[in-house]
Write a protein that binds this ligand. Structure first.
Ligand SMILES: Nc1nc2c(ncn2[C@@H]2O[C@H](COP(=O)(O)OP(=O)(O)OP(=O)(O)O)[C@@H](O)[C@H]2O)c(=O)[nH]1
Ligand SMILES: [Mg+2]
Length: 179
């Protein structure tokens, strides 16, 4: 690895698995800012992030990666841009089982492409029953030719899945550095 300092931001919908992904990856106890969720309209989950999650991942070659989790709730969007400063990339996680995953994807992508030039998308909660099939993402890609980002289907709780996204982001940042 050429870059020795990495900061990676996890963004995306409420309940998509940002905090879970950081917990799955981190080699240290995650510093989390979860509180009781009072916004049942947006998600039925018990806890939601209200500040910043922080974890650290040490890659096989010793490279340290700082993992920064954002709150999904839009009322905390002032944290999104602040946290993105100096980051090498952004993982956007989208809960496929929500009612409007494509609208959510467009919303978070629109916001984060203004503050990050290295973005990767992870679609989560595919194991849940929903009226949408994964074909909606192929259709979305076809409709947005020329301005799509790498998109993976993952489980936010599974270390190997989220590690793939982090490694892809770092590889992309390094490729740019060398080109
Ligand atoms: N079934 C399923 N559960 C998942 C998946 N990814 C994450 N989860 C679970 O979904 C729940 C919500 O995940 P969180 O990590 O709290 O979500 P978050 O993105 O941090 O949400 P906010 O902090 O509220 O914005 C947790 O219980 C996770 O373990 C997945 O792919 N499938
Ligand atoms: Mg969270």
């Amino acid at each position: 690895m050429i870059l020795h300092q990495h900061k990676i931001v996890f963004a995306g919908t409420v309940g998509a698995g940002k905090s879970a992904a950081i917990k799955a990856l981190s080699n240290i106890n995650v510093l989390s800012t979860e509180a009781m969720n009072t916004d049942a309209a947006s998600h039925q989950k018990i806890f939601t992030t209200v500040g910043i999650d922080y974890g650290e991942l040490v890659l096989e070659d010793g490279t340290k990666v700082g993992l920064y989790g954002t709150p999904g709730q839009e009322r905390f969007d002032f944290i999104w841009s602040a946290i993105s400063k100096g980051a090498v990339g952004t993982v956007i996680l989208i809960d496929h089982s929500a009612d409007y995953p494509i609208e959510n994807l467009n919303f978070y992508l629109d916001y984060f492409k203004a503050v990050s030039d290295n973005i990767i998308i992870g679609i989560t909660h595919l194991d849940k029953r929903t009226q949408n099939t994964t074909a909606i993402y192929r259709e979305w890609e076809s409709a947005n030719k020329g301005k799509v980002y790498p998109l993976f289907f993952i489980d936010g709780r599974v270390k190997e899945d989220v590690l793939l996204l982090v490694e892809a982001l770092i590889a992309n940042a390094e490729a740019r550095l060398l080109s």
